[in-house]
Design a protein around this ligand. Structure first.
Ligand code: SAM
Length: 393
């Protein structure tokens, strides 16, 4: 298991067993990503701050103010092009390194899914549900086969293992030993900031393999936990993984834009890095549905990476790399979202919108939290999560 720059992924019955060579390759990719995100990104930022931004200011009378102006300075810099090429290469290597052991182990992973003991948790699939076009049209973040691939035939759920292992390598372990940091951080924040809020029913939208869902079982042990996704292999894997870890969750295959739960059914609706993968129209539909299924007094909270207007222009430019280089077509538009306007449009009312900066629960090295040199953004590396949403009055 990966031990390099961070810690080791917590084992469970659904993870593939890597050979020593495969493990070494995964370790190498994580180390390469770490090098790119620290040494290369840090040096590039130093050069930008000490030389390139002051040069721009001398010419224009102001420092670069937004992603576009930083891009004008950076995009042809050899150091940036080198960093960008390595970042993209490491992304492709990461999926490949995660995929090879899964392909070899697919039969065992599928057999384990059938063998893990039942809990009171359930799985409801809908073979007629269509993948929304915004998701089906691209291999999002360069993941071969996207969320719905069944490389090994119609009951193969091993794509879930590619995601499970891939995310751990991607985040270099910085999302925690169960890749749980987004859910764990938001759940901890809710408990701390709203100690009287005792949700009885919680819904996690776009749950994938349940990384962020399971922390709610721990944070709110009396609540009934539901989780939906459109991708069947992810849900099948999530259901088996939850059982392997002894957690009770009710998974169902549904489009978050059009849920089959009754009105006012939930006290809390959450999502974690879902919204930036959906379209302008879908975000509005998802918020309207959240409003419908929430009871008065409940709330919806979406955990994401930070909106650009809350970031320094250089850091926003670096985060925007994904839109242009990592098959994230909705990334830029999402990072310009206006939560108050969205709350108004979708029935919550702008006065009920909120934006929170939620400290990350994962044990990050202090130096990375405070130095500003770690390439912040979607690695869980920045030390906090951006959460937006609205209260249902
Ligand atoms: C980046 S993953 C989310 C990761 C997960 N929430 C976590 O924290 O580990 C995005 C997920 O959202 C799902 N998704 C995208 N659009 C959806 C929709 N309209 N309804 C339900 N699920 C959706 C995708 O299938 C995918 O599994």
């Amino acid at each position: 298991m990966l031990t390099g720059p961070t810690n080791a992924q917590a084992d469970h019955a659904m993870l593939p067993r890597a050979t020593l060579e495969e493990e070494a390759r995964q370790e190498f990719v994580a180390s390469l990503k770490f090098h790119v995100a620290t040494e290369l990104a840090g040096t590039m930022k130093d050069v930008y701050l000490s030389r390139l931004a002051p040069e721009y200011e001398r010419q224009h009378g102001h420092a670069p103010r937004d992603v576009r102006e930083v891009a004008a300075v950076m995009k042809d810099q050899p150091a940036y092009r080198y960093w960008s090429a390595l970042q993209r290469a490491s992304q492709e290597m990461m999926w490949h390194a995660a995929q090879v052991p899964v392909e070899r182990e697919a039969e065992r992973i599928n057999a384990n899914a059938r063998a893990v003991p039942e809990t009171r948790g359930t799985l409801r699939l809908d073979a007629a549900l269509e993948m929304p076009r915004y998701l089906a049209a691209v291999d999002i973040h360069c993941m071969p086969g996207n969320y719905h691939a069944r490389a090994g035939g119609e009951s193969d759920l091993s794509q879930g293992a590619v995601y499970d292992r891939g995310v751990y390598i991607y985040a270099m372990g910085r999302l925690g030993r169960r890749n749980e940091d987004l859910g764990a951080s938001l759940a901890r924040h809710l408990r701390g900031a709203h100690p009287d809020f005792r949700p009885r029913r919680i819904l996690d939208l776009g749950c994938t393999v349940g990384h962020s869902t399971l922390p709610y079982c721990e944070a709110f042990p009396d609540a009934e936990i539901h989780a939906v996704d459109v991708a069947a292999p992810m849900l099948e894997y999530a259901h088996a993984r939850a059982r392997a870890l002894g957690k009770v969750v009710h998974f169902s295959q549904q489009n978050a834009e059009s849920l089959d739960f009754p009105d006012g059914h939930f006290d809390l609706v959450v999502s974690h890095i879902l919204v930036h993968e959906t379209s302008h129209k879908a975000i509005r539909n998802i918020m309207r549905e959240a409003h419908r299924v929430l009871r008065p007094g409940g709330l919806v909270a979406h955990a994401e990476t930070t909106l650009y207007r809350h970031m320094k222009p250089y850091d926003a430019f670096m985060l925007d790399w994904d839109a242009r280089n990592n098959n994230e077509p909705y990334w830029t538009a999402f990072h310009h979202l206006e939560p108050e306007g969205l709350a108004e449009e979708t029935g919550f009312g702008r006065e009920n919108a909120f934006e929170w900066s939620v400290p990350s629960s994962a044990a990050l090295p202090d130096a990375d939290r405070t130095s500003g040199r770690f390439q912040a953004g979607d690695f869980g590396g920045s030390g906090y999560w951006y959460v937006f949403g609205a209260f249902r009055r």
